[in-house]
Write a protein that binds this ligand. Structure first.
Ligand code: FES
Ligand code: FES
Length: 159
């Protein structure tokens, strides 16, 4: 029997009729058409499904809908502001930090959280923070370059 859930997604109140036990990823993709987060392993091990819950990178495949009712959920679709991509989205494009793109949304969402915590991360800090996100195409060097590029772009924009 579906329950009505009031969610906050990308700054907006959203009402869904869904069982509290369903995965957040399934509801985002199948009920709400937010298909940026991907189903990879389904076990919390690859990061393809990552979204931010109250700013913290969270595996939506293993997060139950009932656990996020009053929390702020941010998906890749919510990073763009007034038609402008987030600097990290721009940097991924500029650095060509993707091949098949399956991991990309999870990488970017996780990278955004990193840059909020550490605006100028070292290479080692990037590697450590991004460690749980898997890219089967092996684009790690370009992903690291994109994060460093975004950090630099934000720094220069503040001058
Ligand atoms: S699909 Fe969620 S961590 Fe792999
Ligand atoms: S670009 Fe293919 S899995 Fe990362």
């Amino acid at each position: 029997m579906p329950n009505v859930q009031e969610l906050r997604i990308n700054g907006k109140a959203v009402r869904v009729e869904a069982d509290r036990e369903r995965s957040l990823l399934g509801v985002l993709r199948d009920d709400l058409g937010l298909s940026g987060a991907k189903y990879g392993c389904g076990e919390g091990r690859c990061g393809a499904c990552t979204v931010l819950i109250d700013g913290t990178p969270t595996r939506s495949c293993i997060t139950k809908l009932g656990a996020v009712a009053s929390r702020e959920i941010t998906t890749i679709e919510g990073l763009e502001v007034d038609g402008k991509l987030h600097p990290l989205q721009e940097a991924f494009l500029d650095a060509g930090a993707m091949q098949c793109g399956y991991c990309t949304c999870g990488m970017i969402v996780t990278g955004v959280a990193l840059l909020r915590e550490k605006p100028q991360p070292t290479r080692e800090e990037i590697v450590e923070y991004m460690d749980g996100n898997i890219c089967r195409c092996g684009t790690y060097p370009r992903i690291i370059a994109a994060i460093r590029r975004a950090a630099q772009a934000v720094k220069e924009a503040r001058r």
